[in-house]
Every structure is written in C-alpha cells, then in structure tokens.
Design a binder for this molecule. Structure first.
Ligand SMILES: NC(=O)c1ccc[n+]([C@@H]2O[C@H](COP(=O)([O-])OP(=O)(O)OC[C@H]3O[C@@H](n4cnc5c(N)ncnc54)[C@H](OP(=O)(O)O)[C@@H]3O)[C@@H](O)[C@H]2O)c1
Length: 390
C-alpha cells in the first residue's frame, strides 16, 4: 500500500510515522511512504524508523494522487481547501482536523465503535482527541447500560496545541526555574505552574469550541443525536496524554463490578483501578500507550444505581489522532463492516426518563407493567367464553 502523510513534521504527523512503522504489516505492507509538509520543511531529512531516512517534500496534489491512503495532519483550513480534491484524484483521505467532523455526509470514525460508517467513503474524519479518549471507555458501558447523559471535565496536555504547545510549556518551565518571565504565544496565559480553563475559541453559548466538539462528536460517533452531553475543557501543564473525569447517567441500572468487567474486556481500553495499591490512570503512564486507561470507577452518589463516575487517561496524539487514523486505514483494508449493537432505551424509558430517574423511574415502570398485566388478564378472562362459544 502506498501511503502519504501531509503535516509529517507536526505533533500528529510524527506520531503517524511511528504508528505506521509499528503496524506497517497490518496494511498489507506499506510499500511506499511519502512525507509532505509546507515549503518551510521541504528538503529536511526525517528519521522514519523502519522506512529509513526520508526527505520531506512540499505538498502538492500531484505528489499524492497516485497514493492509496493520505493522512492529513495540518489544519482545518488546509483540509477544507484540499481534502476533497485529493480524494477525487484517487486516494482515500483520513483527516485529523475538525473540518469535516460535523458534516453529515462525512463519516466520523472510531473503528471499534462505528467503523461500519466508513464503508465506501473516500474522505473520513478522525475525531477530536478529547472525545476519542472518553468514547473508548464509554462505548462498552453504553452498549450495556445505555448512556443517557454525560458530564465531562478535562485535564488536557500542552501537546493538544501541537508541537509549538509542547515547546512553549518546556520553555516556560525552564524560564520559571531560572526565575525569568515566561514568554506566552500559543496559550492565553503562562501554562507552566498554571491551569487554564480555555481550550479553543469561546462560543455564543459560553462553552468553548473544544467543549462543543465533545458534545457534537460523542453524539455522532455513538449514533445518539439526543444524548445529553456537557464538558468543561481545561489545559494543564503536562506534555502529553489527556486526562478526563467522566460522570454518566444510564438508562438501565449499572454496577461498578459489571462496569469494570466490561472495561476490562473491551478492546483498546485498559482497566487501571486498584485503589488499595494506588493504581489509577495517569498521563505519565498513558503516554505513548495505544490503550486508553480507565479507572476510579465508582457508583455515582448523584445518580445512584443509574450512574457511574470514572477517570480516563489516553495519549491524545495516539488514540485521539495518529493511532485512530491508522486503525481506520486498517479497518478499510480488512473490509469487515459489521455494525455493532448499541443500547436502545425503550419508548417507556424515554417517556418516563423525561421526568423521573433512578428508583422512582423503576418503581413507576413496575407499576405501569403491573397495571398493564392486570388489564391484559382481565381482558383475556373476559374474552374466553366468547371465543369458546364461537
Ligand atoms: N495535537 C493534538 O493533540 C491533535 C489531536 C488530534 C487532532 N489534531 C489535529 O491534527 C492537525 C495537526 O495538528 P498538530 O498538533 O500535529 O499540528 P502541528 O504540530 O502544528 O503540525 C502542523 C503540520 O502541518 C504542516 N503544515 C502547515 N502548513 C502546511 C501547508 N501549507 N502545507 C503542508 N503542510 C503544512 C506543518 O509543516 P511545517 O513544519 O512545514 O510547517 C506541520 O507538519 C490539526 O488539524 C489538529 O487540530 C491535533
């Protein structure tokens, strides 16, 4: 397979080179890898691991049209300008930017969850990194219990803002140690020794665009357009791997034991949950790992039997970008488009859920069911003489 990476010198692009190297046999063998970036990087020689040293070329449509798969890791405006044109010229395009994620015509894909939506697609969107990490841990729980609402708070690493974000945090940390003033250009304030509740631009509803991406994308990937989702996205001074506190309210009763078992069995998620030996997900352990770590699973004291709290941590440059993109290419190559079963709340659950929750909901469901059963047996008893006399 002939593969191209546009944006190969960036934070996501460099990870794409590494992931392709580690998994190259899965794509039926990568016979050609083309590295492309802006004019600034053209001519630079990059160590591409198993692919050897490769010279970076300046991007043009002509240079990618004979490839089979092209990964875009540049920017939304670049993708809007070129993605369709590249796809029309021949290759399948897997785009890491946010340009097409909300486009109803373009599949937004996490292969383990909704890979089937990528069937026959020439342009596929890779999800927002924050969303993808949470989705990996939530999907097995959603399939069993049905997630009715999700409340998320994030602790996002500097590398979420690209290679420049990482460099700025390192420079600010050095400046702080030397006692000099930190220089600020990527983030709104010094990030070193600080926490900034501002990721991406503010929207008219007071949420940031990053927070709204979690709302829009979780609904689209899970195929539940009316799921209640809210997020507070916060940048913290770690280099890599986002952490997220998740609270879910479920349609069906759930338990910590069952939730842990489901996470443990799920592909792409690792259960790290042993408070007695201080084991829980953390960025330093999740960094450079393919699996998302999930732990601190607790029965919610707000939603009782119908809710859980958990903490997840995942390398956003991998599961939230490079790894997920390569997994999409592998998924297309394997050509197995099975649709996974998702939880469907019953009409009664939805109806009652609008005004009731927890034990009250189940008491009411029981009462309605008992009334229906009594009415049925009354009607059946009443109708017997008529039918037997016919
Ligand atoms: N960082 C993350 O955690 C993350 C996660 C998920 C998705 N994403 C998305 O992935 C994309 C890349 O993010 P990043 O963090 O890797 O950014 P980055 O570190 O800033 O890298 C940007 C890359 O784009 C290249 N580029 C810029 N202008 C170009 C042009 N006109 N033609 C060709 N290449 C050009 C740059 O090449 P030069 O070096 O030549 O300038 C560089 O390789 C963005 O859309 C971002 O939103 C990022």
């Amino acid at each position: 397979m002939r593969v191209g990476i546009v944006g190969c010198t960036g934070a996501v692009g460099e990870e794409l080179v590494k992931v392709l190297g580690e998994r190259q046999d899965r794509l039926g063998g990568v016979t050609q890898l083309k590295l492309l970036a802006s004019a600034k990087s053209a001519g630079k020689v990059m160590d591409a691991g198993v692919f050897g040293p490769l010279t970076v070329e300046e991007f043009s449509i002509d240079k990618v049209k004979k490839l089979d798969v092209v990964f875009l890791a540049v920017s939304g405006s670049f993708s809007l300008k070129y993605a369709h044109e590249i796809a029309k010229s021949g290759p399948v395009v897997i785009d890491n930017s946010s340009a097409f994620r909300n486009d109803p015509e373009i599949p937004l894909v996490i292969p383990e969850i909704n890979g089937h939506t990528a069937k026959n697609a020439k342009l596929i969107a890779n999800p927002n990194c924050t969303t993808a990490i949470a989705a990996m841990a939530l999907w097995p729980l959603h399939q069993k219990f049905g997630i009715r609402s999700l409340i998320m708070s994030t602790y996002q690493a500097a590398s979420g803002a690209g290679a420049e974000g990482m460099a700025e945090l390192e420079a600010q940390t050095r400046a702080h140690v030397k006692g000099s003033a930190p220089e600020v250009s990527v983030f709104q304030y010094p990030l070193a020794f600080n926490v900034i509740p501002h990721v991406d631009s503010f929207q008219p509803n007071g949420y940031t665009r990053e927070e709204m991406k979690v709302v829009w994308e979780t609904r689209k990937i899970f195929g539940v357009p009316d799921m209640d989702v809210s997020c507070t996205a916060v940048r913290i001074p770690t280099l890599r791997a986002h952490a997220e506190a998740l609270t879910i309210q479920t349609w069906a009763p759930c338990s910590v034991e069952k939730a842990k078992a489901l996470i443990d069995e799920a592909v792409g998620v690792q259960l790290v949950d042993d408070p007695s030996s201080n084991k829980y997900p953390m960025p330093i352990n999740a960094t450079a790992k393919f699996d998302v770590e999930a732990g601190r699973v607790r029965q919610s004291i707000v939603f009782g039997d119908f809710g859980l709290d958990l903490f997840v941590c995942g390398d956003q440059l991998l599961r939230g970008a490079a790894l997920n993109a390569v997994l999409i290419a592998e998924f297309l190559h394997e050509d197995k488009f099975e649709k996974p079963s998702g939880y469907k709340p019953t009409v009664l659950q939805r109806f009652m859920g609008a005004s009731l929750s927890g034990p009250a909901l189940w008491f009411t469901v029981g009462a309605v069911a008992a009334t229906a059963a009594a009415a049925t047996s009354f009607l059946t008893a009443d109708s017997k003489p008529t039918s037997s006399s016919a």
